[in-house]
Design a protein around this ligand. Sequence first.
Ligand code: B1M
Length: 212
Amino acid sequence: MKEHLKECMQAIIDGDTERSEKLAKLTLEKGMPVLEVINKGFVAGIREVGRLWEEGELFLPELVIGADAMKMAMGILRPALEGGEGGPDRLGHVVIGTIEGDIHDIGKTLVATMLAANGFEVTDLGADVPVAKFVETAEEKGADWIAISALLTTTMPGQKKVIEQLEAKSLGNIRVMVGGAPCSAEWASEIGADGYAGDAVAAVALAKGKTG
Ligand code: B1M
């Protein structure tokens, strides 16, 4: 298992899409714990790519290729997470997306998958989602939660704008959670969000704890 995790991580660092596809398929064939392989293998790999890029050891095209390899693996593994307790609107409805100006969608999609697998109805708006779109969709769907991902410090203020628009429209009953690498519990409380989740498992726990 340890060796498999290392190989998954390396495939992403190398931007080797073919290898990440093979390793993701092997994960399923061998019945390995999917979430653990995602987090300790593939996610560890893409984070290392980010670190190497930040240190100037990798260039932007390599970051893009690493992300492609990551998306390949996630596409294969995601259905295995989707089984869950399912059922429409069993625990509540979550409208999720990555905030405008931000195209990072790997973490957001993992969070959406885990919420759906754990009994929430999920409307995934994708990435680069305008502030007003979050608010309109949540109102239209009667959502319990809006979950807003931001991976860039420059796009984080958009999360605050969603909360301000909700308040302006007297929709303060719709709870807001924020997440993504630069976010924190302090940021959530500063902007008046109902919570912060550091990963997909925490997002499920947060939504479960406060919905209803
Ligand atoms: Co970009 N990027 N990127 N990038 N990228 C980061 C975020 C960065 C930290 C890299 C670095 O400097 N080390 C840096 C941001 C710096 C900053 O603002 N502080 C950065 C930058 C600068 C950029 C560009 C500006 C680069 C450029 O063009 N010069 C550009 C921006 C484009 C844009 O959005 N407008 C850019 C582009 C890209 C790619 C397109 C190449 C690619 C994204 C591909 C895609 O998503 N479709 C990419 C990638 C892959 C990364 C890193 C390496 C990895 C992100 C990722 O997928 N992680 C990232 C470095 C890093 O994060 N360490 C980086 C794996 C994922 C599973 O984790 O997204 O954290 P994460 O999600 C977690 C938790 O955060 C949480 O749960 C998830 C699962 O555990 N979570 C939530 C996330 N959202 C949540 C929502 C919730 C709850 C929990 O509810 C609300």
